[in-house]
Ligand binder design. Structure first.
Ligand code: GLY
Length: 569
């Protein structure tokens, strides 16, 4: 077997992390962040080294990519509490070794007591705080149901074997990284404000790198899931604890909501782009349809000749992004509730017509593409992981509690954060959500409806075999990050590390400006400004996890922007 390069991961020594040793524990005691691996058999890239290692171990124990993905999902709920979750939802795209494509929708749903105007004040104005923070912001979680549906359809190893590593991590604790310590400290006031009981995420004084985070309540919740399956979360003690938390904090999720929740199999979005087949997530995520639209708009242009990060290439991609986001705003929502004209949106004549008014070197004002308001952009926290197994099964899975630590509400006695996914609905036409995204009736709140998502777990096939497995967090920037990564690799032929880590840009129709990362080249900014574009610098965009499979083997690359880490064998 080929040697695994660049991987310096070593086994996590749980027993060495005794509480008495907390102060001296090194932030990376027992594990290391590995940004790039090469492997022959299988690989996992996720937001946390311990989760990637759990997934790799499951592959080595004979599990397939779905088994590993389930184990990673539970592990991330422990080691990456700002986005990994039991209290949120997500989407899984699965390409089987037999060449079939599946997707599972475990997106949260609006509670039965939700209603269209629930986030409007007496004057009819949207109150962002109500949909973003605290108990009322939570949708009915879908994650546990998603893992069980995936397991029923494709799992090989027993569920207990997949959840056990997460239970061990929660029960015995693990050393937190500097980034996690910073995040926990940043949100300490919110944890105090929104929680009705002490949580594992609060402590006397500041968190620091190397402190051990122990989550006993979460371990018990996971044990109930092992014992009782899906009902261990949606019924019985866990359901009682969720509903009691809702009652303490003024939330509306009921026992009926939990009992009724089912994950759904959906037909994935699948389309050709040049020599590649792209498999991605369909509604209620906008991500896959928008990749199809954007790549179809791009295809007639010889962008690879323009040069990577040339102003010409970025202007073209910006104008494509602008048009796709305008469509998202107008048409997209939960397909179980609204008729979304998907076939028309991806029709080649329609897509070509969208670019009819594109002029190289000249911005098309967003007001000419569609109506809209200026909006603020806030935090985006979601997490993605990519898995490939030795047989060629590929899983691309993006999961979220929406904001950093979701609603910041931990279910008392159950130990997990609840999402604030209700903010992904359009509280009112023209009122931006936390990503500055606008919406219309198609994405209005209705009981049991799923809120529109941007999550874009994607698998790219070349010669009908998995070639890329990718995705990213980042709210609205998910869509443009995946688009850029695809263009960087498929068009500019960049090495994966560069495709992932090169400075990114983002346009989402409204507000009408191009966001760029801090290290985005100044000369390109100047050229775009000279064309008439407004440029705004912002915090890092996305954390893209890519696996590339070629005849030479498997390459796993974790984004430099976080503690993201790859593991393989
Ligand atoms: N909460 C981010 C998304 O689903 O798009």
């Amino acid at each position: 077997m080929k040697k695994i390069l660049f991987s310096v991961s070593i086994l996590f020594l749980l027993n060495s992390c005794k509480e008495s040793k907390q102060a001296e524990t090194s932030p990376f005691e027992g594990y290391a962040i590995t940004k790039k691996i090469e492997a022959d058999n299988g690989a996992v890239v996720s937001a946390h080294p311990l989760a990637s290692e759990v997934g790799r171990d499951i592959l080595q124990q004979g599990g397939n990519a779905v088994d590993a993905a389930i184990a990673v999902q539970y592990a991330l709920a422990v080691v990456y509490p700002n986005a990994g979750n039991l209290g949120g939802g997500g989407f899984m795209v699965f390409h089987t070794k037999q060449g079939e494509n599946y997707s599972i929708d475990f997106r949260e749903k609006a509670p039965l007591k939700a209603h269209k105007d629930m986030y409007l004040d007496s004057l009819g104005n949207a109150v962002p705080d109500w949909s973003r923070n605290g108990h009322l912001a939570a949708g009915v979680p879908g994650t546990v149901a998603g893992t069980f549906l995936a397991h029923r359809k494709f799992g090989k190893l027993p569920m207990e074997q997949l959840i056990r590593p997460a239970i061990a991590l929660a029960e015995r604790g693990f050393a937190i990284t500097e980034r996690e310590a910073r995040a926990l400290n940043n949100y300490a006031d919110d944890f105090a404000k929104y929680n009705t009981q002490p949580t594992a995420f609060q402590k006397e004084g500041e968190w620091k790198a190397g402190d051990i985070l122990v989550q006993k309540d979460l371990a018990e919740t996971m044990k109930r899931i092992v014992e009782n399956g899906q009902a261990g979360f949606y019924e019985g003690e866990t359901a009682d604890l969720i509903v009691a938390e809702m009652e303490r904090g003024g939330g509306i999720i009921s026992k009926e909501d939990l009992k009724q929740y089912e994950a759904q199999e959906r037909t994935p979005v699948s389309f050709k782009y040049k020599d590649y087949t792209i498999i991605s997530m369909g509604l209620p995520s906008s991500g896959g349809i928008m990749q199809q639209q954007m790549l179809a708009m791009l295809e007639p242009y010889p962008i690879s000749e323009y040069g990577f990060h040339s102003a010409k290439a970025i202007q073209l991609m910006t104008e494509i992004e602008r048009r796709a986001f305008a469509d998202r705003t107008e048409y997209m929502g939960d397909p179980d509730f609204v008729d979304v004209p998907v076939a028309e949106l991806v029709d080649s004549a329609y897509v070509r017509a969208r670019m009819a008014d594109f002029t190289p070197g000249v911005p098309t004002p967003s007001d000419k593409v569609g109506p809209g308001l200026k909006a603020a952009v806030e935090k985006e926290e979601t997490t993605h992981f990519s898995v490939i197994d030795a047989e060629g099964n590929a899983v691309s899975l993006t999961t979220t509690i929406n904001g950093v630590y979701g609603s910041r509400v931990v279910v008392g006695g159950a130990g997990f954060f609840l999402n604030n996914e209700m903010d992904d609905f359009s509280a009112k036409p023209g009122a931006p959500n936390k990503f500055g995204l606008l919406g219309t009736e198609a994405n209005s709140i209705q009981p049991s409806k799923r809120m529109l998502s941007a999550m874009t777990p994607t698998v790219v096939l070349k010669d009908d075999k998995p070639y890329l497995v990718l995705g990213t967090p980042g709210g609205s920037t998910i869509i443009t990050s995946v688009f850029q990564t695809l263009v960087n690799i498929l068009e500019f032929d960049l090495p994966v590390e560069q495709a992932v880590n090169a400075p990114k840009f983002h346009h989402q129709w409204q507000p009408d400006l191009i966001y760029v990362e801090k290290d985005f080249p100044m000369a390109v900014r100047d050229s775009l400004k000279a064309m008439g574009y407004t440029i705004e610098e912002r915090r890092p965009i996305g954390r893209t996890e890519v696996i590339k499979i070629t005849e030479n083997g498997i390459e796993g690359v974790a984004d430099k922007r976080g503690d993201d880490s790859a593991a393989g064998y």
